[in-house]
Design a protein around this ligand. Structure first.
Ligand SMILES: Cc1cc2nc3c(=O)[nH]c(=O)nc-3n(C[C@H](O)[C@H](O)[C@H](O)COP(=O)(O)O)c2cc1C
Length: 307
């Protein structure tokens, strides 16, 4: 029997491995590469109220240790998502986490209210790494802005569990986690991409059209481990709030580190671009590791760092 079955916010998962927002399409596209029943859950790309084309190219570039992206939330908008993409999620084989993004409190609120009516979205994840057009500040980089956002959005999700995805681009990640928990988060996902830049030295121009973008992959893994550890010890453990840890998970050892730091579930993003079947290898390695540690369930190792 596998040691990996896990519960996230009351939802049973086959294992703790979750395909990360924006790296696996809208719902079941990853099913072309692996049976989705072998995944804990799939997260949709972030859905906004209106359709968005996203940024001009280049919007993804390879750099040593990872990749930089500035996709700009390209998506079909919530109405087309619900009409054209969501119906196939019911037969996907694993739960869907619906990711929501926006540029105003009302944007988030409108998408949340529509998602809440969908039984095939048991959990939503708020991507708060978006600037509010009202003041230009990112919701996820200011505790007060995050509190205001959640005060509006939480009541619109009476039937749905709410994860808040934290941005690493802050000085005090525990303060942001506390703001999210005060605002009614049922769980926290961390981390989103790290703000970064790459320059083409011949052209003397940024390699991304937008100038800066988000760094993901191996280069950010140790940052993710540090932040999961700090949030777990600083607030989540006592508040009994589960964490989804992600950032640079390419092999089972990376996932095991995040579990020991305090993550109940582990997300994979950039690894899916390298090899979409990575979660299968990671699950196998994790299961063997849990047994070697003398545990019968991976849950026994969540936050079990010896310090
Ligand atoms: C191409 C790309 C697109 C992404 N799009 C989203 C998105 O739509 N919403 C979101 O919350 N995060 C998005 N992310 C961030 C990932 O979900 C994840 O938090 C981040 O990449 C760190 O994990 P990784 O190192 O395993 O990729 C995106 C990442 C990449 C690489």
């Amino acid at each position: 029997m596998s040691t990996l079955p896990t519960t996230l916010c009351g939802v049973r998962l086959t294992n703790p491995l979750i395909a990360a927002a924006g790296t696996c399409g809208y719902t079941g596209e990853l099913g072309d590469a692996l049976p989705l029943a072998k995944l804990g859950a799939v997260t949709s790309k972030s859905i906004t109220l209106e359709p968005r084309d996203g940024n001009a190219p280049w919007r993804m570039v390879d750099i040593p240790g990872g990749m930089l992206n500035a996709i700009g939330l390209a998506n079909v908008g919530v109405d087309r998502f619900l009409a054209e993409k969501l119906p196939s999620a019911a037969g996907m084989g694993c739960p869907l986490i619906g990711s929501i993004a926006g540029h105003s409190v009302d944007d988030y609120l409108s998408v949340a209210a529509k998602f809440d009516r969908e039984p095939s979205i048991p959990i939503v994840e708020l991507n708060v790494s978006c600037p509010n057009t009202a003041d230009g500040l990112q919701f996820g980089e200011h505790p007060q802005a995050l509190r205001q956002l959640l005060a509006a959005v939480r009541p619109a999700l009476p039937s749905t569990k709410m994860l808040v995805k934290l941005s690493p681009n802050v000085g005090d990640i525990v303060a942001m986690a506390k703001a999210a928990i005060d605002g009614g988060a049922d769980g926290l996902t961390l981390i989103n991409t790290v703000s970064a830049m790459a320059i083409d030295v011949e052209r003397r121009e940024p390699r991304l059209s937008r100038g800066t973008g988000g760094l993901s992959g191996t280069a950010i893994h140790a940052i993710a481990v540090r932040m999961v550890h700090q949030v777990y010890r600083g607030v989540a453990r006592d508040a009994r709030i589960p964490l989804v840890g992600l950032g640079g998970v390419m092999q089972w050892q990376d996932a095991a580190e995040l579990v020991l730091a305090g993550a109940t579930c582990v997300g994979l993003g950039t690894a899916l671009f390298v090899d979409p079947r990575t979660p299968l290898r990671v699950a196998k390695g994790l299961d063997a590791w849990v047994r070697r540690q003398g545990a019968t369930s991976i849950g026994e190792l969540v936050g079990a760092l010896r310090t």
